[in-house]
Design a binder for this molecule. Structure first.
Ligand code: F6P
Length: 527
């Protein structure tokens, strides 16, 4: 297939960017075009998206949609849904969408739903078992970030009395302080690992089992269960209860599978089904809606526009809901592990940038930390605001304050403030001895900084499912335009292999053949 930079649409976008895109001023664009808001706001299942504060207009969208067409994005999407081996370097289908499809609609027999029902039954049994006070999920990457993010987000739906914990880091400072607070016979460990070979997870699993036995824990088979595609390895570990899944579920797309067991324990089977239903609704939207109104597709194209034409290298995610505190971390794996690639599917080095750096914190916390840079720094960093209309608490006025902050930030980024405007403002009380014109420069804001705002009516299992699926398909779209394989992760392998080789040296202190820097560091650290 032609490289995306060699398409006619890419050349057209380049021309459009030089003529209009680079110089687009959001304030002028709104003043000029009364239809801008309507043209750049979108409704998808559970998600309202305002793209109007972005550095684009309807002409930009038309060129981007041409690019998607030329790159065959919709055909590739259909191939993914069909179960073609779109993960070419691993020869695998990519079918996380099948995990949330209603029975009988996915390209399988009953296997997916059989495992789902067994997993949900087990979750319900754990929920009813009041001898279990603590559930510890031991996993990392996709076997941690998704379930952890969702359990926190759905805190309002979690039953009291059972605590969920997530341990991922191989650093004993993660597991050991937690174990100090637990009682072996009241604790359930879930060993979550697609491969059941990941060093961090296996080290923590063995440490947890040793602790359990050292505490006089009884009935290990009741207290350790596994969620994995490698049922044999789980059995060899001594685990009898295993919920399986399949190689066509990527780790970072696995929260919908048995890896979601902690979610089901936290919120119950029905809520888990609603999470799946929300994701499925977004799947249908992505699969069936015309490209012009297809939200994940448009978001993926926006990412291409910013990365490759504006040259923006990062995107900040600002959820204005504490429940979404772990969303940025989750998105880091979803986006950067999927699209942090430098060769196309044919192995050719790409002459353009791919995944942006994705980062962020809950909204108002970020405001008091790095938003200074977003408003006045030298780099333009598109921001993504997520606002939720109805909270699950009763502090209505506090919630209004939160939302006022959310709206104010996107407004401030766009509107900015000129030095002349700043000069008319009252000086700060403790005005230093500084020329007022100089101070006005410091107090001015360039504005015209882009943002997207997503609005959910409430943070429910359904809306959360839809939101996550929206992000998954967005990442798919930009990856498809770039012509990369968004579903492998070879970039994590080299470090794993080198760590394996360094491990015995940390004990022996042997530095033979190492580079000077690593040798010196190893000498300092070995014990
Ligand atoms: O970091 C690489 C990776 O393979 C991720 O893709 C995956 O989510 C994580 O490790 C954990 O893998 P596993 O579930 O096999 O333990």
């Amino acid at each position: 297939m032609t490289a995306c930079t060699d398409t006619a649409a890419w050349a057209a976008l380049q021309g459009h960017f030089e003529a209009h895109g680079r110089s687009l001023d959001l304030r002028e664009a709104f003043a000029r075009d009364a239809g801008r808001l309507a043209a750049l706001t979108f409704e998808a299942p559970e998600v309202y998206a305002d793209l109007s504060k972005n550095l684009l207009d309807t002409a930009t969208l038309r060129f981007l949609l041409d690019l998607a067409r030329e790159r065959g994005v919709e055909a590739r999407r259909d191939a993914m849904f069909r179960g073609d081996a779109v993960n070419s370097t691993e020869g695998r289908a990519v079918l996380h969408t099948a995990l949330r499809a209603p029975p009988g609609t996915a390209p399988f027999g009953t296997e997916v739903h059989d495992v789902l029902e067994a997993m949900l039954d087990h979750a319900e049994n754990v929920r009813k078992d009041w001898t279990i006070t603590d559930v510890v999920n031991i996993g990392i990457g996709g076997s941690d970030l998704g379930p952890q993010m969702v359990v926190k987000a759905l805190d309002a739906y979690t039953q009291a009395g059972q605590r969920l914990h997530f341990v991922s880091n191989i650093d004993g400072h993660d597991l050991m302080p937690l174990l100090d607070r637990l009682q072996a016979n009241k604790t359930l460990f879930i060993i979550a690992s697609k491969t059941f070979t990941t060093q961090e997870t296996m080290a923590n699993a063995h440490a947890a089992r040793d602790w359990f036995l050292s505490q006089g824990g009884q009935h290990i088979e009741r207290h350790f269960i596994a969620t994995t595609t490698n049922v044999e390895a789980a059995a060899a570990f001594g685990i009898h209860t295993t919920f399986g899944f399949w190689d066509w579920v990527g780790g970072r797309y696995s929260l919908w599978s048995a890896i979601g067991l902690p979610i089901a324990i936290a919120v119950g089977a029905e809520r888990f089904r609603e999470l799946l239903a929300g994701a499925h609704a977004m799947d249908r939207h992505f699969a069936e809606t015309a490209a012009e109104r297809n939200l994940p597709l448009l978001l993926g194209l926006l990412d291409v526009w910013y990365r490759n034409f504006h040259g923006f290298t990062s995107r900040s995610v600002a959820p204005y809901h504490q429940g979404l505190a772990r969303l940025p971390a989750y998105l880091q794996q979803l986006e950067m592990e999927s699209n942090g690639k430098r060769v196309d599917e044919a192995g050719h080095a790409l002459p353009f940038g791919t995944s942006p750096v994705v980062w962020g914190e809950p909204g108002t916390n970020g405001q008091h930390a790095y938003f200074q840079m977003l408003h006045q720094g030298t780099d333009v960093i598109p921001v993504e605001f997520i606002a939720v209309k109805t909270p699950s608490h009763t502090q209505a006025e506090q919630h209004r304050k939160l939302l006022a902050n959310c709206l104010a930030q996107s407004q401030a980024l766009m509107l900015g403030k000129t030095a002349a405007e700043a000069a008319t403002e009252a000086a700060p009380t403790a005005a230093p001895d500084i020329d007022p014109a100089v101070l006005a420069q410091h107090r001015s804001f360039p504005g015209n900084r882009p943002s997207t705002t997503f609005v959910l009516d409430a943070l429910t299992p359904r809306s959360l499912g839809a939101l996550i699926a929206m992000y998954e398909h967005r990442v798919f779209t930009s990856g498809a335009v770039w012509g990369i394989n968004s579903f492998d992760q070879w970039g994590v392998e080299l470090g794993k292999a080198l760590a394996g080789a360094l491990l015995p040296r940390l004990k022996s202190g042997d530095t033979a053949g190492l580079d000077a820097s690593t040798a010196a560091l190893l000498q300092r650290l070995h014990s």
